[in-house]
Design a protein around this ligand. Sequence first.
Ligand code: MN
Length: 443
Amino acid sequence: MTVTNETHDIGLKSWVETANGSETDFPIQNLPFGVFRRHGDDEPFRGGVAIGDQILDMTACAQAGVFDGLAAASAAAASESSLNSFMALGPKHWSALRLAISRLLRTGSPDQAVGEAALVPLYEVEFAVPGAIANFTDFYTSLDHANNGGRLSRRDPPLFPNFKHLPVAYHGRASSISIGGSPCRRPRGQIVLPDAKGPSFEPVRMLDYEMEIGAYVGVGNPKGYPIPLAEADQRLFGLCLLNDWSARDIQGWESQPLGPFLAKSFMTSVSPWIVTMEALAPFRVAAADRGDDAPELLAHLNEASDRASGGLDVTVEVYLSSARMREAGTPPVRRSQGYFRKNYWTVFQMLAHHASNGCNMQTGDLFGSGTVSGPVRDEMGCLMEISERGAAPFELPGGESRTFLEDGDEVIFRGKCERKNFATIGFGECRGRVSPAHPALNS
Ligand code: MN
């Protein structure tokens, strides 16, 4: 497994002063990767690393020749308009570049002047989806999400019989993956209104978010050669925040018997920053307790190292704001807080299971963890659970109430990792504001 090293030392400080405060998501111990350019410029998107309120521009670093060896080759790859070339290089290169960046940004670095010349302020930039994502898969790995959903569907028992045997998933849509901050256009679709005899085609009324963790594959596998679970953590590049926008009214009607299709494919949002698996090393914890009734794991999903440290202690939060709240100057309100360490399956089991039939995973492939949920309302990661499929509205500041998302609502995800004797690191934000449906084609 990825172990901690000098880059995780809580004593490290950066000459970028804003990286040293307790408020930042991006201290020198984090160093997440993204793809950016200055607002309103035609300059190409390129790779960068967040540090405090700045981005260290990988193109500028590569051109200045500030790194050598594996780090230099890695910085050149990380300069491109997607991180795929860099992600394909593998953990030795990822680690070499991380160490070189950490040393460059530390207080007392002899190359501070070169580093300063390679900084771009965060407020000056816009982001792109950081990988060229060929394939997107969405899992369903939170036991509480599965139980809550099963109860809402009045299944008895609420859990499907396969849940504790394998990480359930469906193949999603890669083309509509969008960078956080992009508006989410309310889709139209076939829905069956209460008391209607059949479906109508109209703007959906049950638009929802799903708070998920996304994982980017760095090093794939040849077709026909599964990934052993013990190797999975050397192949994952890093994690992001992921909003699996969902139209529950389309989903309920269309999903029988083959699962989600147009209810999910209109858009999926990812956060701009990928927090690397190496940065997350201090926050590895034991895999979640599977419970006394759990069946024995089959061999491809069973590995002592995964049981011991396959869990990831990431706290995720969902904030909401409405158009009326923003007009009144009311800040976004926290709707829920979830704990990824409680998810029933680890990200490594997800990857190993995905490849277990010989399916070739590719560099830049993305998978979602499924909604990160808990047993109580304030830990639930989607509105379907929180509002009990619309039966239980909740209040927003200023007197509005909600069951599902209204036009103008903004959904903001945040993620954070904390552990004693280590620096707290964050994921930045994944935002999306709902915009009204397009006019109907036939009106
Ligand atoms: Mn999902």
